[in-house]
Design a protein around this ligand. Structure first.
Ligand code: ADP
Length: 175
């Protein structure tokens, strides 16, 4: 039987932590579908088409990685594409609680679909899409955080938005 996994997320935008998980997961399965969720509760910087195109350009060279948008329940999308596994990445302990809850929920909804979590490589443990957006928007060097194509897309996006737009949650300042 063909082993198919999906790697769901919002990928707004795709960063090196995502790339690492996708490439490692692709080695474990016959096919990996990077599933770009089109309606996350978070505020998005990039449209679904833009997020899909970036992931496709960066990961599409890998013969067994496909990128597809979805808007349903994640397990429903997994069933539609014939995936038996959901891949998630774990960065820090605090990710675990939410991933655990989502995995149990998904297992309740679709007992035949397993969730597999891959540990981040330690150099990406701090990296989130929000951090990428904040660093970029405030003029920090984000070239070590995202692939060159994503960096170019961030520059292009900034040129289309007003200067005072801060399309990020300021994660570095907490009250
Ligand atoms: P982010 O958390 O960066 O905004 P998503 O919400 O789109 O990204 O996350 C999609 C998946 O990728 C989740 O399973 C998330 O835990 C995982 N992930 C995100 N960043 C990293 C990272 N730096 N290392 C490993 N996994 C990650």
């Amino acid at each position: 039987m063909e082993r198919v996994a999906i790697y769901p997320g919002s990928f707004d935008p795709l960063h090196y932590g995502h790339v690492d998980i996708a490439q490692r997961a692709a080695r474990l399965f016959d096919r990996l579908i990077v599933a770009v969720y089109d309606r996350p509760s978070k505020k998005l910087l990039f449209s679904t088409a833009e997020r899909v195109a970036m992931a496709q350009s960066v990961l599409g060279g890998d013969a067994n990685i496909e990128v597809r948008p979805y808007h349903s329940l994640t397990v429903a999308f997994a069933e539609v594409v014939g995936a038996q596994v959901l891949v998630r990445g774990l960065r820090v302990i605090s990710d675990f609680e939410l991933e655990y809850q989502m995995a149990l929920t998904n297992n309740q909804l679709a007992p035949d679909i397993e969730t597999i979590c891959l540990m981040t490589r330690h150099e990406y443990a701090f990296l989130t899409a929000s951090i990428v957006k904040e660093v970029f928007w405030l003029g920090g060097d984000s070239t070590s955080l995202v692939p060159p194509l994503v960096f170019a897309e961030l520059q292009r996006k900034r040129a289309t938005l007003p200067d005072d737009t801060g399309p990020f949650t300021a994660v570095s300042i907490r009250d």
